[in-house]
Design a protein around this ligand. Structure first.
Ligand SMILES: [Zn+2]
Length: 419
């Protein structure tokens, strides 16, 4: 007998007849798959693309990690789930707030809803910053698990649904700045499939490699080969595998290798005076070594009598800027929560990043690497790949309109042809 599925944010999700694994390849720009398939280093992904389903989807803008993970996990845009950056300015307190707290998330996740209906669910993220939102309201009393590779040594039955994540994988705790952090997530997924056979797995990686290495570079190739091998193991264990990304990645450097940056706070201070605006870089989190908190999307808050229109005029004229919108237009165009939007949103072109003031960004962590980053419209295109072909109705849908990465659970649970 087929069990009834769940409904969340207006979408009905079928109860899976076999494990469904959704992998969010952090920073997994489509260019890595294109290059890797061409170079023959991704046999599994190449096969999925040929015999399953392959497309390129729109992720949400700003193309950052937290908003897009939550869009994928809730099947809804930031205007519904509330997470529009890693960081925002609280207008009441004037404080910059990290946006990773579960209290800021306005929707349940698909994982939480399934676990509450008795499904066995596993959510594993590379960084701990995502774990609490991904695991919010998950019922961990019946074998479901939620933990991060970063804090795999600190799991408890009450908080994570298991007390020995290191024992589960047989691996040492990975370094936060390493390819192994992501591989640990996939290896945990493989171990969980063997040990518990969850109905649904969400495996969210980290973009350490993509920030550092372009498609085709040896270290990127090695990482993608390692990913590909694990995708095959997940499939061999009987899972339907769905692959997407939170955002892409672009080179943001001048020809001499130095970062190509618009120091927007400095520009606005020079024009309007200090303390007339605050530029918030919502890419900021605790881990800024490889991008120096420089991304393709910033929010400007105007103080005193300064009109947003004046900031918009200045920002639009800056070389390297792709788009500038006022608060309401940004919220409407990008499906963002109005109450957490700045007065002005500034988006840079593919080859440029936007920072606050030059003195506030530490770029020493780049250590000779070219700056690669994300956040803009140009990094919002992501892979959308399933190991199985689509049913006719979903194939028609995919052909008729642009795919969105937030539909990946819908397509994986409802749209894939059974074996
Ligand atoms: Zn990311």
């Amino acid at each position: 007998m087929e069990r009834a599925g769940i409904e969340l944010n207006g979408v009905r999700y079928r109860w899976p007849s076999r494990p469904v694994v959704v992998v969010c390849i952090d920073g997994g720009d489509p260019a890595y798959f294109e290059r890797g398939v061409r170079d023959g280093i991704l046999p599994t992904v190449a096969r999925f693309m040929k015999t399953g389903f392959s497309g390129v989807a729109d992720g949400d803008v700003p193309s950052f990690t937290c908003p897009n993970n939550m869009s994928i996990a809730t099947g809804s845009p930031p205007s519904v789930h509330g997470i529009s950056g890693n960081f925002y300015l609280d207008r009441d307190s004037g404080e910059a707030v990290v946006m990773t707290g579960p209290d800021l998330l306005r929707s349940r996740t698909i994982m939480a809803e399934f676990s509450r209906h008795g499904a066995l669910v596993a959510s594993v993220s590379a960084k701990d910053k995502l774990r609490r939102q991904l695991g919010k309201d998950m019922d961990l009393s019946r074998g479901s698990v939620s933990f991060s590779a970063e804090c795999a040594d600190q799991c408890s039955l009450a908080e994570s649904g298991l007390d020995d994540a290191l024992g589960l994988t047989g691996l040492p705790l990975p370094d936060i700045y390493s390819a192994e952090l992501s591989l640990f997530v996939l290896d945990a997924g493989i171990a969980l499939l063997k040990a518990r056979r969850p109905d649904i797995l969400y495996l969210s990686l980290t973009d350490y490699v993509q920030h550092k290495y372009a498609p085709g570079e040896a270290a990127a190739d090695r990482y993608y080969r390692d990913l590909d091998e694990r995708f095959e193991r997940l499939e061999t264990l009987g899972a339907l595998v769905a692959l997407t990304a939170d955002h892409g990645m672009n080179d943001k450097s001048n020809p001499d290798g130095s970062p190509r940056v618009i120091w927007l706070q400095d520009v606005l201070d020079a024009r309007f005076g200090e303390d007339s605006t605050t530029v918030i870089c919502p890419i900021t989190d605790r881990f800024v070594v490889h991008h120096g908190a420089l991304g393709g999307f910033v929010r400007v808050y105007c103080h005193g009598a300064l009109e947003p229109a004046a900031v918009i005029d200045i920002a639009r004229a800056l070389p390297g800027v792709e788009a500038v919108y006022g608060r309401a237009e940004a919220a409407r165009r990008f499906d963002l929560p109005f109450d957490r939007e700045g007065d002005v949103a500034v988006v840079s072109r593919a080859d440029t990043v936007i920072g606050a003031s030059q003195g506030s960004h530490d770029l020493s962590g780049l250590a000779g690497h070219r700056l690669r980053s994300h956040g803009g419209i140009s990094e919002s295109r992501v892979p959308f790949i399933l190991s199985r072909p689509l049913r006719a109705d979903y194939a028609a849908r995919a052909g008729a309109s642009r795919l969105r990465s937030l539909e990946i659970f819908d397509f994986a649970l409802n749209g894939a042809e059974p074996d």
